[in-house]
Design a protein around this ligand. Sequence first.
Ligand SMILES: Nc1ncnc2c1ncn2[C@@H]1O[C@H](COP(=O)(O)OP(=O)(O)O)[C@@H](O)[C@H]1O
Ligand SMILES: CC(=O)OP(=O)(O)O
Ligand SMILES: [Mg+2]
Length: 406
Amino acid sequence: MTATRVLVLNSGSSSVKYQLLDMRDGSRLAVGLVERIGEETSRLVHTPLAGEGSAKRERTGPIADHEAALKAVADELDADGLGLDSPELAAIGHRVVHGGLRFTEPTVVDDEVLAEIERLVPVAPLHNPANITGIRTAQALRPDLPQVAVFDTAFHTTMPESAARYAIDTEVADAHRIRRYGFHGTSHAYVSRETARLLGKAPEDVNVIVLHLGNGASASAVRGGKCVDTSMGLTPLEGLVMGTRSGDVDPAVTFHLQRVAGMSTDEIDVLLNKKSGLVGLCGDNDMREIRRRIEEGDERARLAFDIYIHRLKKYIGAYYAVLGRVDAIAFTAGVGENAAPVRQAAVAGLEELGLALDAALNEERSDEARIVSTPYARVAVAVVPTDEELEIARQTIALVAPNSLD
Ligand SMILES: Nc1ncnc2c1ncn2[C@@H]1O[C@H](COP(=O)(O)OP(=O)(O)O)[C@@H](O)[C@H]1O
Ligand SMILES: CC(=O)OP(=O)(O)O
Ligand SMILES: [Mg+2]
């Protein structure tokens, strides 16, 4: 029997999303999520999709760390006869957030690769440690299986130096590998390709601005299938206003906080990464809650929303200029896919740029990729659900068993 299944692990700072896929047709056999890892109220939601009468299972209770989370996931899969010991499993694919400049392709993990991912922890402190634990735990469970790392940074390695370099002393920058790497690349790659498909065109023929708006958020300018600019930088802190991250600030804010407010580097790191963005502005990082508060007339929530939109609009304008010609703007991830008011506000007033939403289409709820602009708009506005797990599984199987699907 040829092994055609791939387990994909998308480990975030306090969560693990996972999918077990059969790559003969890309169908999902099980999907799930462990959230609030490290808290008393951790929650595992597991949905087997393979058998008859399969139903979502949920359990709550403390799950101490990512290792415990993965073991709990392995137990759930076992209970469905989809355990990690299955001979049908070809590989485990891992989302790894920071791959530096070295990893431009999916990579089979060995000790040396793992050491390099570890070396990048200082530039992805919220993400790479969780990714490393995910890989180590999966290795311990199935030492014989290839573990494949798929990097968030890989898609952005096509950025020209003019976009990737900061205007700081070149020697200092080179000595410390300080440059803009960009993140969410698997999503930007997948969504830009799906957007081309939605337009009935080849990826080489379209220019797309992708807005990945989840808890972390980033924008990218994609010309003919290749990334030419993106809003995240050395770390996933730069760019858009996010759930808990500030996005762009004057770097002098950090000197000021050190000198005047007496904050330590670590305190400023926590402030900008975990206590800023929407949560810092209004106390909530969930866009649903913010919209609910706005409906009730809450001024702080309104201002937080306006700041979020203002930044988003600036990036749309910037990437329009970078690309020169834009065929589509694609909204994706939790906020981009679900929050019609965000899409509406982000493109409002941009009719001169060829952008015009169809209000009814924009409000419609759907899980499908779809166009929500008016037919006469020069630039299509699309809502394209991202699928980082499917994309990771595709890249994983292509690497470990390129001929298994013929
Ligand atoms: N129906 C909705 N309306 C508005 N925002 C939503 C909705 N559903 C999810 N979200 C937003 O999506 C965010 C999570 O997006 P997601 O892409 O899953 O993020 P991440 O992968 O970074 O965890 C939530 O914080 C919430 O703000
Ligand atoms: C890189 C990044 O910001 O990822 P996430 O949105 O999953 O936090
Ligand atoms: Mg995400």
